[in-house]
Design a protein around this ligand. Sequence first.
Ligand code: AMP
Length: 189
Amino acid sequence: MLNIVLFGPPGAGKGTQSENIIKKYGLVHLSTGDIFRYNIKNSTPLGNLAKSYTDKGDLVPDEVTIRLLESEVNKHAQAKGFIFDGFPRTSAQAEALDLFLESKGTAITMMVALEVPEKELIKRLVGRGKESGRADDQDESIIHNRIKEYNQKTAPLKEFYSNQNKFRGIDGIGTIEEIFSRICNEVGN
Ligand code: AMP
């Protein structure tokens, strides 16, 4: 199986590049952020719980997010592989994912990390907020909090995957096609 963790701060272009990766490699796309937004829109119990965190730009608690991710993976028994977009975001999530995949006889192949300077991220997120209407892109203080959560809790995962020799840093500045071609150079053809 080809299992990719797509990594990077909010606004790095994970959603956009996921679409390209799924098409080329035939992977199942799992975005915890998309799943939370779907549940929030439909006012499910999970959505109501998640909303109290996503509204502030805080991370949803690990046990909720891990359970959700595992149940989504289990829905795709025939998958050729997965692209994990926005998961894991904490060390506890990364450790849980390793154990879970091991129990299924597979593992993470690599972490593809989109690298974009903070100033550029804020510019992109403010722009996206104007176009998409995404609640957590509307307010600059929420954007700052999401970047702070990323720096404190998620950025350390670089080391987690580097220690396993699975970290691949990608320059996230350029056109969508340029960045995608850098990703393909790492993933292979
Ligand atoms: P995203 O679309 O990946 O930027 O996620 C939007 C929001 O959903 C985040 O700001 C978090 O509140 C929540 N979220 C998404 N994925 C996770 C995760 N793996 N762990 C905790 N919270 C998450």
